[in-house]
Design a protein around this ligand. Structure first.
Ligand code: IZC
Ligand code: ZN
Length: 418
């Protein structure tokens, strides 16, 4: 790939997820070419230098001309509820008329409605629906997606969701990284017996997830009226003992000391954090817990945005994701999330790129393989129809993705899937 106006490598001297001023450091290069061999990046540098170093590879290489365009790593969407049955536009209409997310859920809608539709859907139906969603993600430049279960709330359906994700990881160009989220809601028939359902997750579900290698992470919706911090801690500690890394939906709707809990249990990330406390943010900074911020959810629920600026200034590594789900964030556009983060969370043009590439990769424990253009890393590369990276947020609400290379293979060309 040669002639790009700018190559944004996201390479940095600092180790681990980027924090503070390192989140400004996106490493913009001119006169830079990229040589891919198989599914890995073999060289990055001035064309003459790459040609001199790899004459045999260059002789056989297929050339992509990036003239006038920007090149950067594939986007990593590190928080989605990817596999689910149905849609919830009815609920959206109710919210536009004043109903709240929690009212709808407590009346049996919300997550419970999607749970019913997911239980009722066959493996094949879920597979086909999710595959179409992944096609859309890819067209928007997303090359890796984290996918949470949690619309089964019974073992059979949780397993079905995780197996759909696993099969799509194998068959679709996009890589999928799975999270078990049996603790997404308390099933209706466990109302008043919440601790019993926590026992079911800990005793019956988590050991099977670990044994069948169905997920790498274990997530819980720690929220007033869903799972308490005490219940959440039990679930996360139990997963940890089985090798499942903790993640947590924290402080999304009401402050509940979820950020604090994330830091205390050594969670890789805490997600949402719309109403996280100052003390919680400081604790996350000290523990290097990654904040996965989901500005689409604040936008779509008309809720206050997470305090991204403050978190970065306090030293929390920040990532941004779509939260793609049928209730609070039915979007597959990670580029629009970047627009929102700039406009409503006080983040800079550079920080939002770090937050959707290298920091997002670290949030799913893939920082060593994905999220930056570096020799040896997986060849997930985007070519964008803008003259410079600043135009990505300036021309907002648009999809600038022209070409997507996933694992060394061209999968989107001239904005079409191939
Ligand atoms: O289906 O409403 N917040 N989980 C926690 C969600 C939103 C997804 C949903
Ligand atoms: Zn979520």
């Amino acid at each position: 790939m040669k002639n790009a106006n700018e190559v944004i490598t996201l390479k940095s001297d600092s180790e681990g997820p980027r924090i503070k001023e390192n989140m400004q450091d996106i490493n913009v290069l001119a006169n830079t070419s990229i040589l891919i061999e198989g599914n890995r990046i073999a060289a990055i540098g001035p064309l003459a230098q790459v040609e001199a170093e790899f004459p045999y590879l260059i002789a056989e290489a297929k050339v992509i001309d990036a003239e006038g365009k920007v090149v950067m790593p594939g986007l990593v969407d590190c928080h989605t509820h990817l596999v689910h049955g149905g849609t919830r536009e009815q609920e959206f209409m109710m919210r536009l008329n004043g109903a709240t997310y929690m009212e709808i859920m407590n009346a049996g809608g919300g997550i419970h409605a999607t749970t019913k539709q997911t239980r009722d859907a066959s493996f094949e139906e879920l597979y086909r629906k999710t595959s179409r969603h992944l096609d859309t993600f890819l067209k928007y430049g997303v090359t890796t997606v984290e996918a949470k279960s949690g619309y089964g709330l019974d073992w059979e359906t949780e397993k079905k969701q995780l197996e759909v994700a696993r099969k799509l990881h194998e068959t679709h160009a996009i890589d999928i990284v799975s999270t078990f989220m049996g603790a997404h809601a308390v099933p209706r028939d466990y109302k008043g017996r919440e601790d019993e359902f926590v026992d079911v997750i800990i005793r019956d579900m988590l050991p099977k997830v670990a044994e069948l290698h169905l997920a790498e992470f274990n997530d819980v919706f720690c929220e007033k009226g869903v799972f308490t911090p005490v219940q959440s801690r039990r679930i996360l500690e139990a997963g940890k003992a089985l090798g499942l890394m903790p993640k947590i939906h924290a402080d999304e709707i009401e402050p509940y000391k979820g950020a604090e809990l994330a830091a205390e249990v050594g969670s890789i990330s805490a997600e949402h954090l719309l109403v996280a406390s100052d003390a919680g943010i400081r604790k996350m900074a000290a523990a290097r817990t990654i904040a996965v911020l989901l500005p689409g959810t604040a936008f779509f629920l008309r809720a206050p945005f997470a305090r991204g600026r403050l978190m970065i200034d306090e030293g929390v590594p920040v990532a941004i994701a779509t939260d793609f789900n049928p209730g609070s964030s039915p979007t597959m556009s990670l580029p629009f999330m970047m627009n929102l983060a700039c406009m409503h969370m006080g983040m800079t043009l550079e920080e939002v790129l770090v937050a959707t590439t290298i920091n997002a990769a670290y949030a799913i424990n893939r920082g060593d393989q994905l999220g930056s253009l570096e020799v040896g890393k997986q060849a997930d590369v985007l070519m964008l129809d803008v003259e410079n990276y600043k135009q990505l947020q300036y021309f907002y609400g648009m999809n600038h993705t022209n070409t997507v290379i996933k694992n060394g293979r061209v999968v989107v060309r001239n904005s079409f899937l191939i």
